[in-house]
Ligand binder design. Structure first.
Ligand code: HXC
Length: 257
């Protein structure tokens, strides 16, 4: 499939989406939104894929929603088109999605990274929600996902001052899961993705569903949900294979990958 603003590739069982508008630091216009969501849906539906990585360039994961495209819009326009609601489709991806972030992840760029299941940051990554400097506020989940990830105090600091967070602060705060040297970013992300894709896919998808549930419900309901999913993993052939392989001291050969 030929895209205008992204590149897609596969390596083994990993699907890779690379944001590719270098002249605009990968600013997220509506074409990028449609193409990223389309590529995610295609990888999600592809039996040969077990994990997805989204990345940008060394200079920018994405420097935000496309300010030039938004500048002339009226309230009527944004409300009528429900501007950016299309990104919700990205969060419906059932297979794991890793954000491999180098350089700027600002505004919508930070928000896209946070829609992914976890963020691996290069040491030059800079995260921020600078919308306030444009007299707008985050509109792709920044005020909600950032607050859940880093807590109220830091989220308020980021959204009200527009300051950027470096990679170490992002890791310390729980926004990024790990920080690696820029030169190692893709190898590290691919290694994690290949590891995930080597496991039994239904178990992987259930683990993702269970963790996400923690953000949506009470502890009691979340624990019940987790236990029921856990019980249901015993219906998988791969559960038998995984546990047999352990007792027989051999590598599992999962059928459902
Ligand atoms: C459109 C952008 C852009 C953006 C950069 N560019 N960010 N175009 N939308 N968000 C373009 C610039 O206009 C410029 O194009 C080219 O990319 C290179 O950018 P420079 O500014 O020249 O690069 P540099 O000096 O290195 O500065 C990098 C930067 C800066 C600090 C990241 O570009 C910047 O502050 N960008 C905007 C960041 C931002 O405010 N993001 C939030 C957007 S609002 P030309 O053609 O001039 O060379 C947002 C709303 C979300 O995301 C709410 C709902 C989703």
């Amino acid at each position: 499939m030929a895209y205008e603003t992204i590149l897609t590739d596969t390596r083994g069982r990993v699907g890779i989406i690379t944001l590719n508008r270098p002249k605009a630091l990968n600013a997220l216009n509506l074409t990028v939104m449609d193409e990223v969501c389309g590529a995610l849906a295609a990888f999600d539906a592809d039996d040969k894929i077990g994990c997805i990585v989204i990345t940008g360039s060394d200079k920018a994961f994405a420097a935000g929603a496309d300010i030039k495209q938004m500048q002339p819009l009226s309230y009527q326009d944004t409300y009528a088109q429900d501007l950016f609601a299309g990104w919700d489709a990205a969060t419906r991806t059932r297979k794991p999605v890793i954000a491999a972030v180098a350089g700027y992840a600002l505004g919508g760029g930070c928000e896209l990274a946070m829609m992914c299941d976890f963020i691996i940051a290069a040491d030059n990554a800079r995260f921020g929600q600078p919308e306030i400097t444009l007299a707008v506020i985050p509109g792709m989940g920044g005020s909600q996902r950032l607050t859940r990830l880093v807590g109220k105090s830091k989220a308020m600091d980021m959204c009200l001052t527009g300051r950027m967070m470096d990679a170490d602060e992002a890791e310390r705060s729980g926004l990024a899961s790990r920080v690696v040297p820029l030169a190692d970013l893709m190898d590290t992300a691919m290694e994690a993705a290949e590891k995930i894709a080597s496991f039994s896919l239904p178990a992987v998808m259930m683990a993702k569903e269970a963790v996400n549930r923690a953000l949506e419900t009470t502890l009691t309901e979340g624990l019940r949900f987790e236990r029921r999913l856990f019980h249901s993993t015993f219906a998988f052939e791969d559960q038998k294979e995984g546990m047999s392989a352990f007792t027989e001291k051999r590598k599992p050969n999962f059928k459902h990958r």
